[in-house]
Write a protein that binds this ligand. Structure first.
Ligand SMILES: C[S@@+](CC[C@H](N)C(=O)[O-])C[C@H]1O[C@@H](n2cnc3c(N)ncnc32)[C@H](O)[C@@H]1O
Length: 307
């Protein structure tokens, strides 16, 4: 993982952080506490949390564009370490270094600039190359998935990552339309499989499936969750914001497993039900509509914990 140490400046309004008040309320950052942001993005949550902790912070993101913005925003401050890495590798490195934290946040998925910049290939509505990589250093792109996976592999990812009811028809249509070069061409394939009008764009599930495959999103999340929790100090809080049911299911299951009520369990669930956005927030930031926050707390007294 590559990293820089840098200084706090004004937040750039490129991405509106979701559930900000709820994150502050439930993660309750206090002066002098150490903060780890596993998906720092454009620094929205980090800026507010840093105002409250004024302590050491590690900011992680796998996107080079987000890292450049974080470097401008927090440039030069000795207490801020910026790490360009996926969050799974970052947790492994931090664990090997013996690092521990009072507050950890993972606000998973895409940022607004991913969707707004057609060049990144995430947008259903703006034409661009079939890319969809959050980390543009990795070799696998959406074009590789769409143009080289066989029918069985496409059907598997469409079912697992898109919950696409017409997975076989969609896979066949993709293969028949090859070579596909742009996001609009791919979206048009979905329209042939789902003709007519519907509230949800016919390519929504297809794009989700391809994106999750390209970025290995669900495997990363599932393995990262217990690793990140193990970095908590006694009494530390770990919040995860997810944006669709596949992600939330993994978070719910992992948090349930870590708080199974046995004598040896090291964590408590802060709230049983996920926290969702207020109507006011949804009106001002429609991305918040599907956001769910779950929070885990490390118990204060456990024999095995590192301090
Ligand atoms: C919803 S945005 C986070 C926004 C941030 N909380 C803010 O307030 O600006 C999600 C960010 O997580 C990053 N990301 C997604 N999956 C990741 C992973 N596995 N490892 C590291 N970063 C990841 C994306 O690149 C994106 O910048």
């Amino acid at each position: 993982m590559s990293q820089t140490n840098t200084n706090t400046k004004n937040t750039l309004k490129m991405h509106e952080p979701v559930l900000l008040q709820e994150v502050i309320g439930y993660l309750s950052p206090k002066k002098g506490e150490r903060y780890l942001d596993l998906t720092a993005g454009y620094g929205g949550h980090a800026t507010r949390i840093l105002e409250l902790t004024a302590g050491e912070v590690v900011l992680v993101d796998r996107d080079d564009n987000a890292i450049s913005v974080l470097q401008q925003q927090f440039g030069g401050h000795g207490d801020v370490r910026i790490v360009h890495s996926d969050f799974l590798s970052a947790c492994e490195t931090l664990e090997s270094e013996g690092e521990t934290f009072d507050v950890i946040l993972a606000d998973v998925g895409m940022s607004s600039p991913h969707l707004d910049n057609p060049e990144r290939g995430f947008s259903l509505k703006r034409d661009g190359p079939l890319d969809m990589r959050m980390d543009r250093n990795q070799p696998l792109t959406a074009s590789d998935v769409v143009n080289t996976y066989d029918e069985a592999a496409l059907v598997t990812i469409l079912r697992m990552y898109g919950e696409e009811p017409k997975a076989t028809a969609m896979a066949k249509a993709i293969i028949a339309a090859r070579p596909l070069e742009t996001t609009q061409q791919l979206a048009n394939v979905a329209k042939t499989v789902w003709p007519g009008h519907s509230k949800v764009h016919p390519a929504t599930r297809l794009f989700q499936a391809i994106r999750i495959e390209v970025n290995d999103e669900l495997r990363q999340l599932e393995i990262m969750l217990p690793k990140a929790a193990s970095l908590l100090r006694p009494g530390g809080r770990f919040g995860v914001i997810s944006f669709h049911s596949l992600e939330d299911r993994l978070v719910k299951a992992a948090f349930r497993e870590m708080t199974d009520g046995t004598y040896t369990s090291q964590y408590d669930l802060t709230v049983k039900k996920p926290i969702t956005a207020s109507q006011d927030e949804i009106v001002s930031n429609p991305r918040a509509r599907s956001a769910k926050l779950r929070v885990l707390q490390a118990k204060i007294k456990t024999k095995e914990r590192r301090s």
